[in-house]
Design a protein around this ligand. Structure first.
Ligand SMILES: NC(=O)c1ccc[n+]([C@@H]2O[C@H](COP(=O)([O-])OP(=O)(O)OC[C@H]3O[C@@H](n4cnc5c(N)ncnc54)[C@H](O)[C@@H]3O)[C@@H](O)[C@H]2O)c1
Ligand SMILES: [Zn+2]
Length: 392
């Protein structure tokens, strides 16, 4: 009989165990050009050709048709190692894909029709929304197919690409249906960002500001000093900002001790209780990154009013967000329904309401109640600052 550390007489066992996981993150300049070998090495052939399926955000190739052509050429040229199980699929990305249950059903059907298995690869090139929807389907099909993400927005490269979450929206709530799953690999490629609209280009840096406020005063200072160059697409500054943001997110996920969010506190969701609600209240007129900018602005001011964050740090945060070209206020913020976001946030987490606030730059705390009066005051301060900037 196999020996094990328990007695057959035991009626109660609490067995803790851990499973090693690997997330492969690559930074490339031209993933379907000179850096293709790096990309190709991510597909482990396991005694046979790697079977791959590709999903591409249509907006990416509309903005930059060369990317679609290069990808197709590379896939044909690599047919000795990779087997493309069906033609590359170009689909409509953006939040709408997360709002339609049928999009996930279509992805399931395609996975089934191609006969993908757990050693196959589902590759997705797109913004955070498409990554989330395809990642969700890939995590569920066969209980998990290898997923390779190629994020194409600054937000997805600075944050969600290395996230271990994926989801679609349901019942009028963000990310209601979803799973935790570690992606096989993430390729952060500079060329994929080249044709992004100005609006989507700056949107992602709200997550970079957010994570720097939580984790690193040095990274925060860098963003403050380079905000206008980043908004003008000075690529040196842009890539430092994206790299430091994604590395802080990656470190939190892999070394923070709670990748699957079993505990109450979720620091990476700083500013998100209102951001998620604002996305819905504006029917997704606001991008996620824009809503996060507003949420971070409000919670930073609240942190000053209630939790002792220095006024200079509060002012620097409002300044860096506006210099990046991000909104810090929207009329929807004044809706009473905004506060429903707190209860939805609590429900999503379960247990007590737990919201992250700042004590200082690089130091956060978890709080379990929000002083509504102080929050309304924080909103008013943000609104005044935003109006003064617009007029000035
Ligand atoms: N899973 C996670 O951990 C996590 C973390 C943060 C955010 N998210 C999710 O990510 C989503 C937001 O992602 P996003 O900000 O990337 O927005 P998005 O995916 O909605 O993309 C914005 C728009 O840009 C287009 N686009 C994408 N790449 C392009 C390119 N290179 N050139 C031209 N157009 C392009 C898209 O089609 C879309 O219309 C939200 O749904 C959010 O909830 C997930
Ligand atoms: Zn976010």
């Amino acid at each position: 009989m196999t020996s094990f550390p328990w007695s057959v007489a035991q009626d109660a066992l609490d067995v803790s165990f851990s499973v090693p996981q690997t997330m492969r993150l690559r930074f490339t300049k031209e993933c379907f050009g000179s850096d293709w070998d790096e990309v190709q090495s991510l597909f482990h052939a396991d005694h046979q050709k790697a079977r791959v399926q590709f999903w591409v955000d249509r907006a990416v190739v509309e903005a930059n048709p060369a990317i679609g052509e290069e990808l197709q050429r590379r896939l044909i040229g690599s047919s000795d190692r990779l087997e493309l199980t069906s033609p590359v699929r170009f689909v409509l990305g953006g939040e709408q894909i997360k709002n339609q249950e049928q999009s996930v059903e279509e992805i399931f059907r395609a996975i089934d029709a191609d006969g993908l298995d757990r050693r196959s690869y589902v590759c997705v090139i797109g913004g955070g929304a498409l990554l989330d929807a395809v990642g969700y389907a890939a995590a569920i099909a066969h209980r998990g197919i290898r997923l390779i993400r190629f994020p194409t927005t600054t937000l997805a490269q600075a944050d969600s690409g290395v996230g271990v979450k994926n989801a679609i929206n349901a019942y009028g709530k963000k990310n209601w249906k979803g799973t935790f799953a570690v992606p096989w690999a993430v390729v952060n490629d500079q060329s994929l960002l080249s044709q992004l609209s100005d609006r989507d280009f700056v949107a992602g840096f709200s997550e970079a500001v957010k994570v720097s406020l939580l984790k690193s005063s040095g990274a925060f200072r860098f963003l403050c000093e380079h905000a206008t160059s980043i908004a003008r697409r000075d690529w040196d500054a842009v890539m430092v900002a994206i790299r430091s943001s994604v590395l802080m997110h990656l470190h939190h996920i892999t070394h923070g001790g709670d990748p699957f969010e079993m505990q109450e506190s979720r620091p990476l969701d700083f500013g998100h209780w209102s951001a998620h609600k604002l996305e819905h209240l504006t029917r997704f007129r606001l991008r996620h990154g824009e809503a996060v900018s507003i949420g971070v602005a409000i919670d930073t001011v609240y942190s000053h009013l209630v939790h002792g964050l220095e006024r200079s740090d509060m002012m620097a945060t409002l300044k860096v967000l506006t210099e990046l070209g991000l909104p810090i206020f929207d009329p929807a913020v004044s809706s009473d329904a905004l506060f429903d976001g707190l209860e939805e946030f609590r429900q999503h987490l379960g247990g007590r309401l737990t919201v992250t606030m700042l004590r200082g730059v690089g130091g956060c705390i978890s709080v379990h109640e929000i002083d509504r009066k102080a929050m309304l005051q924080a909103i008013e301060i943000v609104q005044q600052y935003s109006e003064a900037r617009t007029l000035g």
